[in-house]
Design a protein around this ligand. Structure first.
Ligand SMILES: [Zn+2]
Length: 283
């Protein structure tokens, strides 16, 4: 785990999202949960040695951010956006398997040491947030403030967590740093607006949903990546290419890798991103 500021830690080098821990004078707050069970338990033990875990915040509903919620059931309340319930614990239909089996398969292949700690399907507790909000929520805990903002775009349930005392923001999948950007559920207009909003925060560090910790400059890079996707698909449409032809001919696969452990979905991301851009430009 990486220490980013005096009281903030994050794990940026595992498959799945970048889960974090913020230590306050009254206990710890987790932001998202790891997809690898061994890392998740390691993070939990690390936090519990210093005191109680007070809250778990989910920045979105996609499986790579919420899979580990099971291990916080009964421990502390989970918090997230109101719309997150509609898509919680759901994976794309094209994956053709249950969410539990999908998760088990990942652990079996990528985190075999975590397998003994994986509960049976009937014992797995999905544990979605019980405290939800719409636009903004402020949590005061000990000597820290957690400002939760609705930052839609990547999905309609994305939030960002700004901790002014540490000059840091966890922005979830509003930012993919130096790895492939997933647009599969994206509303580009909302995403650009959220990126502009994040630029107004007084932060030294941004913890993206995936990839290394960055500074605010990277927000421009993220916007540029999405504009480039739209531009490429727009050029294809101008040539009369169909949605399918755009998918067959446009790819950003050579730009950067997919985040750790997800190489197998490179083609899925390329086609899904083209589809989203095509539909957006056809509107
Ligand atoms: Zn993610």
């Amino acid at each position: 785990m990486e220490q980013i500021t005096k009281n903030v830690y994050a794990e940026t080098k595992i498959r799945g999202c970048n889960p974090g821990i913020v230590f306050t004078s009254e206990g710890a707050v987790f932001i998202d949960t790891a997809q690898w069970v061994t890392k998740l338990l390691e993070m939990r033990n690390f936090a519990m040695k210093r005191g109680p875990i007070k809250y778990l915040i989910n920045t979105e509903s996609h499986i790579d951010h919420i899979f580990g919620n099971h291990w916080f059931a009964g421990e502390c309340p989970a918090i997230g956006h109101e719309k997150l319930h509609e898509t919680f614990w759901k994976i794309p239909d094209s994956f053709n398997m249950t969410t539990y089996d999908y998760s088990l398969d990942i652990i079996r292949r990528q985190d075999p040491e975590g397998l003994p700690f994986m509960p049976k399907a009937e014992e797995y507790i999905i544990n979605p947030p019980t405290i939800t909000f719409n636009n903004k929520m402020i949590i005061h805990l000990g000597d820290h403030t957690f400002k939760l903002y609705y930052t839609p775009g990547h999905s309609d349930a994305n939030i960002s967590v700004y901790i002014p005392e540490e000059k840091i923001a966890f922005v979830g999948d509003t930012v993919f740093a130096y790895c492939q950007t997933w647009l599969h559920t994206c509303d580009p207009d909302a995403l650009f607006s959220s990126l502009r909003f994040l630029n107004t925060l007084d932060v030294d560090f941004i913890v993206p949903g995936h990839g290394p910790v960055v500074t605010k400059d990277y927000l421009y890079e993220q916007a540029a990546v999405v504009y480039e996707w739209l531009q490429s698909v727009g050029h294809g449409m101008a040539k009369g290419w169909s949605r399918e032809e755009c998918m067959d001919r446009i790819s950003f696969a050579d730009r950067c890798p997919v985040d750790i452990g997800q190489e197998e979905v490179m083609d899925y991301i390329q086609r899904a991103n083209v589809g989203v851009c095509y539909d957006y430009l056809s509107k």
